[in-house]
Design a protein around this ligand. Structure first.
Ligand code: AMP
Length: 505
């Protein structure tokens, strides 16, 4: 099984159905395939061979689709760069993965030219400005016949790398196909002709949905740079049936003024994941879109998916569990354990590091045996998350390893505080981190984005925490802001960066 066979089969089943909508144009499966063949032949004429890495820098444009197909056809290895990264970070990823060609959309930073100067093995940076369509039109539509094994590399993703260098996460064809299959295994089936909306970048988690949606004959809209209100209008106008949204995006979309005024009967699945889902975000999404569409996925780029749940489990009332605070239950296709620092499995309810195994996990980091040895232990992926599994199987994350706050000898889990604070009706986003404290060693600080016009005070937040889990855990400082909290290039709030900014200020 390989990605090319799945894509090709989709084209043979649904040639004249719409496959991709981007930049106001609709492309059928056949049109996409022909563009993919041309892109593949163009890359081949530059000298690319199977196994060569190709960097991709765009923000949900047709170029990304062309390259996705071209790489699958030619057995090239796709290296998605993240649009919101700095140029230096792009250069680092291009160099580390040894890209021989980089394809970038016309609005890519001009400094990308430096890539060629810095990487002698890099043959070409193809910038898809006005000339790209002409370049594509000049290429042949000859089919690709490179032999592909399911264990050949298909993609090298990079870790977010908010601190230190990003690490390359290679996936074989088999692993990549498993990620898509398993991620959708507990969500409503995608039907032929369904519309899927990708508002999150295809360079990241949204890409997991592309192949399974293609295989089912879905019509996929690629969006970027839209305001939340425009997303709501688009979703309603296009009768979107499926979409993946990280919680920050879901939060903005669900809180759009007119979001509840639309008919959401066509919507069947909003897949949420990649960061903690605040209770308010969840409840607002339930109010606007309806509970039945909400599905959560948990995993890490190194092993995905590990856990998840649909609305029946997420909104269930279960004695001994708090499903709304959980990330899901370990999926049937994954193994999840909680380990202590020595790698012993901890009993039900105890907090330790979450480790997982699934078919979509990487074998190891790209050319990095030292980091691989820290991350992959006896075939298990150490997620770096601290968490616990309760007696009913719900998995809760309390923290990231190394971010636990020790205050006066007590362990305080920032993730636990964030869940509680996010339950305050005015809080839209929250980040909790520890800062040094003369008396207690460390003390928690909470930075909260509250709704505009909110009258909430820091005392309200502090007493909420004290009431819910005890006074010794309450944050000693609460900062309330109206703007959304700063995010990393992949849209996540980083406790480390928030902490540094707070201490600097
Ligand atoms: P990445 O490897 O960049 O996808 O980040 C993986 C990390 O994101 C995980 O280790 C978690 O800390 C976090 N994460 C992913 N999914 C969820 C989720 N559903 N709820 C809470 N945190 C999540």
């Amino acid at each position: 099984m390989d990605v090319r066979s799945i894509l090709r089969r989709g084209v043979s089943y649904y040639p004249r159905l719409p496959a991709v909508v981007v930049g106001g144009r609709e492309y059928t499966f056949e049109e996409c395939w022909r563009r993919g063949l041309r892109c593949y032949n163009g890359l081949r004429s530059i000298g690319l061979l199977p196994g060569d890495r190709v960097g991709m820098l765009d923000d949900n444009t047709i170029l990304g689709v062309d390259l996705y197909l071209a790489c699958a056809i030619g057995n090239f290895v796709r290296v998605p760069l993240y649009w919101r990264n700095s140029v230096d970070r792009h250069l680092q990823m291009i160099g580390k993965s040894g890209c021989r060609v980089v394809l970038a959309s016309g609005d890519a930073p001009p400094e990308l030219d430096r890539a060629r100067a810095e990487n002698p093995f890099l043959k070409e940076v193809v910038v898809a400005d006005g000339g790209y369509e002409k370049w594509l039109a000049r290429q042949s539509e000859e089919e690709g016949h490179a032999s592909i094994s399911e264990n050949d590399l298909c993609v090298i993703k990079f870790t977010g790398g908010t601190t230190g260098e990003s690490k390359g996460i290679p996936n074989t064809h088999r692993q990549w196909i498993s990620i898509g299959r398993d991620t959708l295994s507990f969500k409503p089936r995608i039907r032929t002709g369904d519309t899927m909306l990708h508002m999150a970048p295809l360079s990241h988690a949204s890409a997991y949905y592309f192949l399974p949606a293609w295989a089912q004959g879905a019509r996929q809209i690629l969006g970027s740079g839209l305001e939340p209100a425009e997303i709501v209008t688009l979703m309603s106008r296009e009768s979107v049936a499926h979409s993946f949204m990280p919680p920050t995006l879901l939060n903005m979309v669900a809180n759009t003024d007119n979001a509840s005024n639309h008919d959401w009967s066509a919507l069947r699945s909003l897949a949420i994941g990649s960061a903690p889902v605040g209770i308010n975000t969840l409840l607002k999404a339930e109010e606007v879109f309806g509970r039945r569409v909400l599905h959560q996925t948990y995993g890490t780029n190194e092993a995905v998916p590990l856990a998840g749940m649909g609305p029946e489990a997420w909104f269930a009332i279960v004695s001994g569990s708090e499903p709304m605070k959980a990330v899901g239950k370990p999926l049937p296709c994954a193994d999840v354990e909680i380990w202590d620092e020595e790698g012993n499995v901890l009993p039900v309810g105890e907090v330790g590091e979450v480790v997982g195994k699934c078919d979509g996990q990487m074998d190891g980091y790209w050319m990095d045996p030292v980091e691989t040895a820290k991350k992959v232990v006896n075939g298990w992926i150490k997620t770096g998350d601290l968490g616990r599994i309760d007696k009913n199987g719900y998995l809760y994350l309390t923290d990231r390893v190394g971010e636990m706050i020790i205050s006066g000898g007590h362990n305080i889990y920032p993730g636990e505080l964030e869940k509680i604070i996010s339950g305050h009706p005015d809080v839209l986003e929250v980040c909790v981190f520890g800062i040094p404290d003369k008396k207690w060693g460390e003390t928690p600080v909470a930075v909260c984005q509250v709704k505009r016009g909110s009258k909430a005070t820091d005392r309200d937040i502090i007493s909420l925490v004290a009431k819910e889990i005890g006074s010794y855990m309450k944050p000693s400082k609460v900062q309330l802001v109206f703007d959304s909290l700063p995010k990393s290039a992949v849209g996540k709030i980083s406790r480390k960066l928030m902490r540094e900014a707070f201490l600097e200020a």
